[in-house]
Design a protein around this ligand. Structure first.
Ligand code: PLP
Length: 377
């Protein structure tokens, strides 16, 4: 408690500019075709934490390798969490993020589950602003492009005993991202995994932690083997209820306009899903957050009661699901230009890119102190 009282409400970052930063020409070449997660900006944020000293030594430094002791706990026991959000450049050149406080709060929940220290929301927001200040020129301006921000935290302490680490580091790196779907929004095909679960009761499914991804990779490989783009997991206890894809949430749309999405303690609650469902509710759609069985989807698709399905998450925003394949069945959904999924995606990205009014107060400016000050009041 005493430590909290003494912790400053904001951090004093030291800034170490990258003297080998890319030249404007080289950067422009990357921004012209950034892909996803391949190229990184010139700087990164690094903040240390120790059980004795709390959060300290906040800095912005040149992007580059992290030195780790081979006994660093993360390499052995996977005590790690991360976040993912984007910086969007608006028409007037200003740079914004979408609901970053929700990412900060989720990272705190993930931290509690992984026995990592909670980074205060204000430090999280400051870390994003600091990185944007250093690397603003890396935020692309072409339609549907962004700078993907990846905050993460892990156990750095060199100790093979099994307990929560007493030395942890928090970083933010950034990677320019192109339009996820080049040449239009293509529907994705989904493989239903029945052999593997991504998370179980009491496990870490609701935390954004690398281990959940590690456990999803063989199932994702199985999806590719069956000619599918992504894998869908069911609950681990009964193998009946929809959970989510490896890294995206799922929503079904009924003929009467109702949106149905799984409620479960073992899925990662996406900020994209929450926002899309809010937009649908604003339009008068009914939204049901409840258990959904795979049979309900199969029967609904067969009877015509379920007319659309989509996956959603920050990276892709929203991907219509064209088909779901299982070992002995296949569901297909038509994906028309008039689909609800497409129109909700348009509305959400219009807000993110500042093309329509942000009536929910979701956007937070990252590139100006004045806006930053008013946003944190
Ligand atoms: C990050 C993530 C999502 C999507 O969350 P958003 O906040 O919408 O980006 C969904 N599922 C998993 C497993 C995730 O890690």
């Amino acid at each position: 408690m005493i430590k909290n009282l003494l912790a400053p409400s904001t951090l004093e970052f030291t800034r170490h500019p990258n003297t080998a930063a890319l030249a404007e020409m080289e950067r422009a070449e990357i921004l012209a075709d950034p892909g996803f997660g391949k190229h990184f900006t010139d700087h990164m944020v690094d903040i240390c934490w120790s059980a004795r000293g709390g959060w300290h030594r906040p800095r912005v430094q040149p992007y580059g390798p992290i030195q780790l002791d081979p006994a660093a706990a993360v390499l052995h026991y996977a005590q790690e969490i991360f976040e993912g959000l984007k910086a969007y450049r608006h028409q007037d050149g200003s740079i914004w993020s979408f609901r970053p406080e929700a990412n900060a709060a989720r990272m705190q929940r993930s931290a509690r589950r992984l026995a990592l220290p909670e980074l205060p929301t204000e430090y999280f927001l400051q870390s994003l602003r600091e990185l944007i200040q250093a690397d603003a020129s890396w935020v692309p301006s072409a339609p549907d492009t962004s700078l993907y921000l990846r905050p993460f935290m892990f156990a750095k302490e060199a100790f093979l005993g099994v307990r929560a680490a007493e030395k942890v580091n928090y970083y933010v790196i950034a990677s320019p991202a192109g339009a996820y779907f080049t040449g239009g929004l293509a529907p994705v095909s989904i493989w239903l995994s029945t052999d593997y679960a991504r998370a179980g009761k009491g496990g870490t499914g609701a935390a954004k932690t690398g281990g959940n991804y590690a456990s999803s990779l063989v199932a994702q490989a199985e999806a590719y083997d069956h000619g599918c783009d992504q894998v869908l997991f069911l609950d681990s206890e009964e193998g009946r209820y929809l959970e989510e894809l490896g890294g995206m949430n799922i929503v079904l749309v009924k003929k009467d306009g109702t949106l149905v999405t799984p409620a479960s303690d073992s899925i990662l609650e996406g900020i994209t899903r929450d926002s899309i469902l809010q937009l649908a509710e604003d339009r008068g759609h009914r939204v049901e957050r409840r258990k959904v069985t795979i049979d309900e989807w199969r029967e609904g698709a067969a009877s015509g009661d379920i007319v659309e399905a989509f996956a959603c998450g920050t990276a892709a925003v929203l991907a219509p699901i064209g088909s779901l394949k299982g070992a002995d069945f296949e569901i297909t959904h038509l994906d028309g230009d008039e689909s609800l999924a497409r129109s909700l995606r348009q509305e959400l990205t219009d807000i993110q890119y500042g093309r329509v009014e942000d009536t929910h107060g979701w956007m937070m400016r990252l590139d100006s102190d004045a806006a930053a000050d008013s946003a944190t009041e």
